[in-house]
Design a protein around this ligand. Sequence first.
Ligand code: ADP
Ligand code: MG
Length: 702
Amino acid sequence: MDLNSLLTNELQLGEFQKRALNNIGIKTVKDLLWHFPNRYEKFAAASAIADLIGGTSATISGKILKTKIERTWRKKMTIAEALLSDGTGEINLVWFHQPYIAKMLKVEDAVAVTGKIQKNKKGLYIANPVYEKINPDAIKIDRGLIPIYPETRGLSSRWFRFAIRKILKKILEESGNLEDAIPDFILSRYHLPSLKTALVCIHAPKKLKDAEASRKRFAFEEVFAIQLYRIKQRMQYDKQPCFTIKTEQKSIEEFLSHFSFGLTNAQKEAVNRILADFQKKSPMARLLEGDVGSGKTVVAAAAVFATVKAGHQIAYMAPTEVLARQHFKTFTEYFKPFGKKIGLVTSSECLKFPSKVNPGKATHISKSQLLKWVASGEIPILIGTHSLIQEKVKFKNLAFVIIDEQHRFGTNQRQKLAKKSVAPHLLSMTATPIPRTLALTVYGDLDLTLLDEMPPERKSIITEIVPPTQRQRAYEFIREEIKGEHQAYVICPRIAEKTDSKSLISLTMKSVKSEYEKLSKKIFPEYKVAMIHGQMPAKEKEKIMNEFRDGKTKILVATSVIEVGVDVPNATAIIIEGAERFGLAQLHQLRGRVMRSCHQSHCFVFTESNSQKALSRLKFLKEAKNGFELAEYDLKFRGSGELAGKKQWGISDVGMEALKNLKMVEAARTEAQNILASDPELISYPLLAEKLSSQNSEIHFE
Ligand code: ADP
Ligand code: MG
């Protein structure tokens, strides 16, 4: 049997199962075998039902006395029930959403069952127990470890267990060995099991230790493959010709002397690194990672200055229009004394600075005119949203590309932009602090520079988790801040109330529109309150941002559109509604909006959730002083089982486990580098080459 053969050729599958498998992307034998258990349960020797105590876990065995299926009217849920007796007593087994179980279990069947014993009015029961039909004589026999698989609608863990066991058996009988993509010398160097052993041990372990060793192998394999892919990409990138940008230290110093502040040491170092990269024969590919407010824009501006001074063009890409416009504004200030022309291109408008009529201001121009000037080199600095990567945008001599808040862009977008001309030097910037292991892996093709120092005199933010009863007090605090000439944000998880939904969540989830109504009319009628969200026309958004920036608007109610990069130093307080709905990194970004000056800033975190998990996460936000701690926390708790991490980084749950292990990630990187250094085309490693060609190059963020 070929690992790549279709499951439909190997298993008898009903239409429903085919569809269910398709939905979770399982098509081939390999896909199925790589559907790993997320835990194991032990069928211990059985307990007597009469001895069971609510709240404990137990394994029991006995005979089915009764089965029934019920549909609840309220939640449209099917409940399958079975009554089990072992002669000492009886207990109810209950399965939710699994009507077929009641069909498969017949009265008189002997089964072994394991699960948590619970109690309700009717007595003891087990909800969603793991069960196995057994020979009536086999009652009370130790059955070893049972793999529990992530389930999907229509495919139970049990189904996976049997299907996988069948396929695995067939494969092992047919072929003595399985070809392993990881070279032998690497397996033995790190004591990793072979593919065959690992597959058997992950699906049918005798001991937990064997299963763990297998997971480790698969984790290594995944990280190793990503590293190979990224390093190979970098090697190809390095081969491209690029512009060498010569800089005179003196002119950079002159540029920086126009700022009202001096650079921090971290900023100086970052600028020097970039300028050194500019001198090299291969294009720069650098990630500038610095907490919100650490001053990445200034670093970028210095590098931009060096580029245009040398007669080249630069493109600066931001993830949102609000942010692109803000950078445009900032840059017009920075570059005014040097007479450099700057263009802004977004999907809704184009601007050019300076205007012919009014040299202190920017002016609207047509897109075609702007593009003409960019193509002729007349405009050396072009700022924009992803419209920048449209084919239509042509440059004369694009030498440098900056991608702000780069975690918002997929890696393909990054590559597309990089393909624009002779390879431009590439600077990616992010405020999302990434654990080192993750940076080495998903950004394995980038060099890393940290801005690990905040501008001086920044006070650290005070974060408070506000219980519903204290809401008024938080509002009074904001009122005092505004009286002291400051401003505030109120962030809500959604734009409008959903009126058509019956779900409870929508009733308690705060929306921008309803909070705006409430705050402007009832709570703060004496101040100008405004709202901003992604569904507004760009013009209107700009007007609202300008009025907030100018201090006319005191309170801005917003969705997380203001999350990235918005810079209004006079805003000193932020309220975050429904905080449990945001990721920790995102919450940190949000509170970063008010950590931009030397004033003491405050963040009030409101939550509707009482869950212990949500509260301890928020508590961690309160205590964590920098984003790196938050990133490590997210990694630790999102790691296994949860889809969130997967979605963000395109790494499987097993791969995520590797990211908790710096040694393993470094080992994978070293091995990948060594292999590619001696055999760049992977000619001696055909399986690895095949793996790379199927590696999905697009990693999706958020
Ligand atoms: P981020 O790294 O989040 O993009 P910004 O570049 O927007 O941060 O900078 C945040 C604020 O800090 C801006 O108002 C900027 O002018 C200011 N700033 C940057 N560097 C310094 C510095 N070395 N000293 C004082 N203020 C600075
Ligand atoms: Mg920024």
